[in-house]
Design a protein around this ligand. Structure first.
Ligand code: SPQ
Length: 436
């Protein structure tokens, strides 16, 4: 966060064209983690060359894994096997990336070395007890700060034991953390989730030949398996595509096609929610690539209508709410989100920060404990803060498609954590966005 970037978006007419947004962030992290632990050489295509995924890549290099620099999304990982990681010489700095820290906590709890995980100001304020508590039940020894935050000091142990863990919240990071620790634990480890969350860890482990049994809300793993190098084809990130799904829906005369988007059913809640609001989204060319469903998405303008967002869709669209709030401001009537308290512990409090910014722009948005109530409003201009949160910065940029005056968005450098090409792709489609 040493450099400060400010976005300015001028009122923009429409979005038109065909683009491919960069690779899926969740899968990119996991491809480095599992490729590193595999036996043999793994080739990744479509890797997201952005700060968060690169934090994971650098962490594994620091633990002795030879990994090439990403070039046009291609990365080669010389796996060291499940027991081949080496103690890092320095603390592992995971930047802004919650996924890196929470998944690595599980993976490193059962190694025969100690290490320290650190991150930036935002990551150092996010709750880590949600992972250290189940890991402690497995016998892990991890020191957090007094309030349960990073830096985390992991004292590796060979004595992890399997647990049957019922997750108190719907979180793919917690589920993945426990399953990854389960690869090093005696006996079986089972997770039970209260609602379906993204299942990339389970799918990719199976893709690397490591057995994970999934039955309904339960996933089970033990330490008997091994990972064999694989070729991974990472599709485009639906969480990045979401900005243009909303943008082309709310802007008049728009017609955008997004190529090769990951359509894993645990990630497509944004499409379901937008369709319930009346969006025109056509799913074309459905296919399967490397064990994950993929499609091209065509979206054209529509008059969205306000809805009560079904709570079961919340975990399936959890990262898309910042931009869905912008959609809600443009939708007739009222949109109500409930059951989304998890949004308060992301890179920032995404409920409060979005409501503050929307109110600055003249939108009728009221915060509730677990969501927001938004009434259709004319979006005005103004100066809003992203609080260093990539998704907030991009969501307010999209608001420029319906604003009647310029919007300035402060603290946008962290767009580079997930979508460094955002400004270029958005402007190529017609958004009048500049950065300084
Ligand atoms: O990695 P990080 O910082 O936690 O990223 C976010 C994001 O918006 O990019 C959340 F802020 O995505 C998470 C997501 O919210 C990525 C993720 C994963 O890859 O497993 C799971 C979700 O988090 P959680 O807490 O619901 O498990």
């Amino acid at each position: 966060m040493s450099k400060s970037i400010t976005f300015t978006v001028q009122p923009s007419e429409s979005l038109n064209g065909e683009v491919r947004v960069p690779g899926d962030k969740s899968m990119s992290h996991r491809s480095i983690m599992l490729g590193s632990l595999a036996e043999g050489v793994t080739h990744v295509k479509g890797f997201l060359n952005a700060e968060d995924a690169v934090s994971t890549l650098k962490a594994f290099r620091a633990m002795g894994v030879e990994i090439t620099d990403p070039v046009n999304g291609e990365v080669t990982i010389h796996g060291v096997g499940k027991h081949g990681l080496k103690a890092p010489k320095e603390p592992l700095d995971l930047g802004n990336s919650g996924t890196s820290m929470r998944l690595l906590s599980g993976l490193l709890a059962g190694q025969d070395f100690d290490c320290i995980l650190t991150g930036d100001e935002s990551l150092s304020s996010r709750p880590m007890r949600r992972v250290t508590e189940p890991l402690a039940l497995m016998g892990a020894n991890i020191d957090t700060q007094e309030n349960g935050t990073a830096p985390l000091h992991i004292h590796g142990t060979k004595n992890l034991k399997g647990i049957d863990y019922v997750l108190p919240m719907a979180s793919a990071q917690v589920k993945s953390c426990v399953l990854l620790a389960g690869m090093y634990a005696n006996g079986e480890t089972t997770t039970t989730e209260p609602a379906p969350t993204r299942d990339h860890t389970e799918r990719m482990l199976n893709g690397f030949g490591y057995p994970v049994q999934v039955e309904g809300s339960k996933a089970s793993i033990n330490s008997d398996g091994k990972l064999t190098a694989a070729n991974i084809d990472v599709p485009s990130d639906i969480s990045s595509a979401a900005f243009f799904l909303v943008g082309a829906s709310i802007a008049k005369d728009s017609d955008v096609t997004l190529q090769h988007v990951g359509m894993n059913p645990t990630r497509t809640g944004v499409i379901d929610i937008l369709r319930l609001m009346g969006a025109n989204i056509e799913v074309m060319n459905e296919r399967e690539v490397g064990g994950e469903p993929v499609a091209d998405l065509r979206v054209t303008s529509s008059q969205l209508k306000g809805i009560n967002i079904p709570e079961e869709l919340v975990p399936l669209a959890i990262d898309e709410f910042p931009v869905l709030f912008v959609a809600a401001a443009c939708a007739t009537g009222q949109t109500v989100l409930t059951g989304a308290e998890e949004l308060r512990v992301k890179e920032c409090d995404r409920i409060q920060v979005m409501a503050d910014g929307l109110q600055t722009l003249g939108v009728d948005a009221q915060v509730t404990a677990d969501g927001m109530i938004i009434n259709q409003s004319q979006i005005g201009g103004g100066d809003v803060h992203s609080h260093h949160d990539h998704r907030i910065a991009m969501a307010f940029s999209i608001a420029g498609l319906r604003a009647n005056a310029p919007i300035t968005i402060q603290d946008c450098a962290n767009v580079n954590t997930s979508f460094p090409e955002f400004r270029d792709l958005a402007t190529s489609l017609g958004l009048k966005l500049t950065s300084e």
